[in-house]
Design a binder for this molecule. Structure first.
Ligand code: FAD
Length: 377
């Protein structure tokens, strides 16, 4: 439930955006007794944080890009989230079938999995292993046995992204953080001591303003004339939902074009989630829509691995949703894209503006702690 402000509210930290990063930062800062206010133009978690693949993972495929630091950080966050929110973050078995037509060799994948185990740390008891092909094809009768070269098993965690974001917001509220939803920011101004944000629900003042608006960050910076050292590339991704369970377990599949996609059976909802795609978006985030070609791309790629009698058509798709990944690009080297997040702190006297560029669902804990350290160093 959001609160209405009629008069000016003064606080220590004002956060724009109640996605996983805005709420995570609100929780972290409110633990130290700071007065935190979060302004969300829609509802908590309604942005990218409810459009993800719902995985709490290190990101096996980032190893290919040598992003070891990111993977390690995410795997440590995964461990902590599994322990702290066991009802919402659960370890799952993933199968990685390697077919003859796949671009990566079984050997390369096996090395990657062992590295993934290593980066998860010595407390990780879930080691990857080789699965006999017959065991796999019996367990997964929809998938093609022909051309199957090897099957590997590894572990990663699954969550409900929206519920996780809402839970973090509830915990922040318990520490007296305040959330204002459906709020329209009219203007943002500052002097050398504080920021003033005028909205349709009143005015807010704070010495620190945090911009955690995810994929909207550049649009927000342009609209309110906030300076920044980075900007983002907007990469959209869709998921399709099928009624029923296509596979028993989670699958990590490769496309011929070296991309990957997941098949995620949600037993609790008796449906299957398949995703995702990647397309660079150039228009405003609010105009991004699922396209038939995105759905067809996923169907084509999944059908490669399904026995002909189980091939999917557009009619099998019960629903589809789209989200936009905010990938960081430095203003001077825009092609240097990274999945790593950047915290961009800008001082105006004692007034501080902090932008959160990027940041996966999985890494909100370490991101929020870094924000805390940065603001208190
Ligand atoms: C297809 C896809 C799959 C993904 N899968 C995974 C995955 O499996 N695991 C993983 O770890 N990560 C995944 N991610 C990445 C992850 O979902 C995002 O990086 C993360 O949710 C971003 O959170 P955020 O809080 O920064 O942004 P958001 O969740 O988008 O939050 C930003 C908020 O700001 C609000 N806002 C915008 N403008 C304003 C304004 N002017 N005033 C006030 N509020 C405003 C928005 O309404 C929104 O609620 C995926 C992303 C996509 C797109």
């Amino acid at each position: 439930m959001s609160k209405k402000a009629n008069t000016a509210i003064n606080c220590d930290v004002l956060i724009l955006g109640a996605g996983i990063n805005g709420t995570g930062i609100a929780l972290e800062l409110s633990k130290t007794g700071e007065k935190v206010v979060v302004l969300e133009r829609s509802t908590i978690g309604s942005g990218t944080s409810s459009k993800s693949s719902r995985l709490i993972h290190g990101g096996l495929r980032y190893l290919e890009q040598f992003q070891f630091k990111l993977v390690r950080e995410a795997l440590l966050d995964r461990q902590e989230l599994l322990q702290t929110y066991p009802d919402l973050v659960k370890m799952k078995i993933f199968y990685l079938p390697v077919y003859r037509s796949n671009p990566r060799s079984a050997w390369t994948i096996w090395v990657g999995l062992k590295l993934y185990d290593l980066l998860a740390g010595k407390h990780n008891s879930h080691k990857s292993s080789i699965v006999p092909r017959e065991t796999f094809t019996t367990r997964e009768p929809h998938l093609m046995p022909e051309g199957l070269r090897a099957v590997f098993q590894y572990h990663d965690a699954k969550t409900n992204d929206l519920e996780l974001t809402r839970r973090i917001a509830r915990e922040a509220r318990r520490n007296n953080a305040r959330f204002f939803e459906h709020i329209n920011v009219n203007t943002i101004s500052h002097d050398r001591k504080q920021f003033t944000v005028i909205t349709d629900q009143g005015s807010f003042r704070a010495p620190t303003l945090i911009n955690a608006t995810g994929p909207w960050i550049d649009e927000v910076n342009d609209r309110y004339e906030l300076p920044a050292h980075y900007h983002i590339r907007k990469i959209s991704g869709i998921h399709i939902i099928l009624d029923g369970l296509l596979t028993q377990d989670f699958m990590f599949m490769q496309t011929h074009g070296k991309r990957i996609f997941f098949i995620i059976p949600e037993h609790e909802n008796n449906h299957t989630l398949i995703g995702t795609t990647e397309r660079e978006e150039t228009g405003p985030v609010d105009t991004v829509r699922v396209k038939d070609e995105d759905i067809q791309y996923l169907i084509n790629n999944i059908n490669v691995y399904l026995k002909p009698e189980y091939h999917l058509t557009l009619n099998d798709v019960a629903d589809a949703f789209i989200g936009v990944r905010p990938l960081v690009a430095h203003k001077d080297t825009p092609t240097d894209l990274s999945r790593e997040y950047k915290l961009d702190l800008i001082q105006f006297g004692s007034a501080r503006l902090l932008h959160v560029f990027g940041g996966k669902l999985t890494t909100f804990l370490s991101l929020s702690r870094k924000v805390n350290r940065l603001l208190h160093q």
